[in-house]
Write a protein that binds this ligand. Structure first.
Ligand code: URA
Length: 225
């Protein structure tokens, strides 16, 4: 019995029968990076390598390096932000600039630390001049994030800011309407909060962010929202 597509092709070729392969499949045969484009089965190391080598969107041309994500691969909490900024692009780690310092403080306030959560972004590469991610950039990067979520399998996802919330939840509603409610992504509870960079500009909103963190903590602890 002919078992695999590869064997089937070899068999037809041996019989002198032309085998027509769709172009995207043909590219994947010649290109091991493209062949790994199905990231749903990658382990952490393979996923890291795939992200580091990624050229799926234009942002690879201007990045210093990719920013994969950081933290405990078995974390209960996953924090998802927007995209690396200048400092993150330089250091290869998410949320290490001023907004990152505030995120660290927010986490400390609820008994978590950077090393005990997993922090990632919608985009793994910095958009030039910190512009918003474009739709094609977010969708090119989506599989990496989905796989990170699969591998971490968190109890709670905290979406930090408008871009993260809208991208994760597939909505264009503003953060003000999304926060304070329980959302789900593939059955994982998602809480939306303000981006720490916004909180630096609007400290009066920190009270609401605190409420969001408390809600996320209740959910992570298995209590009702
Ligand atoms: N803002 C984000 O959304 N992510 C980072 O990594 C840094 C700043």
């Amino acid at each position: 019995m002919i078992q695999t597509e590869h064997q089937r092709r070899a068999y037809l070729e041996a019989l002198g029968i032309d085998v027509w392969v769709p172009r995207d499949q043909a590219d994947m045969q010649d290109n091991p990076v493209a062949a790994e484009q199905d990231e749903t089965k990658l382990d952490w190391q393979q996923l890291r390598e795939a992200v580091a080598a990624c050229t799926r969107c234009i942002l690879h041309e201007s990045r210093t390096q990719t920013v994969f994500g950081v933290g405990d691969p078995d974390a209960d909490w996953m924090i998802i932000g927007e995209a690396p900024g200048a400092e993150e692009d330089r250091r290869g780690e998410p949320f290490v600039g001023r907004a990152g310092k505030l995120l660290d403080e927010m986490l400390r306030a609820i008994g978590q630390k950077r090393e005990s959560v997993f922090i990632a972004n919608i985009l793994k590469c910095r958009p030039p001049n910190n512009r918003d991610p474009k739709a094609d950039e977010a969708s090119s990067c989506r599989g990496y994030l989905e796989r990170q979520i699969d591998l971490v399998s968190p109890k709670i996802i905290l979406a930090a800011g408008r871009i993260a919330a809208q991208q994760l939840l597939g909505t264009d509603a503003p953060v003000g309407r999304l926060r304070g409610k329980l959302h789900h992504l593939r059955e994982i509870p998602v809480v939306v909060t303000y981006h720490p960079a916004y909180l630096l500009r609007s400290p009066s909103q920190k009270r609401k962010a605190w409420d969001d963190l408390c809600m996320a903590k209740r959910l992570a602890d298995g209590s009702p929202a």
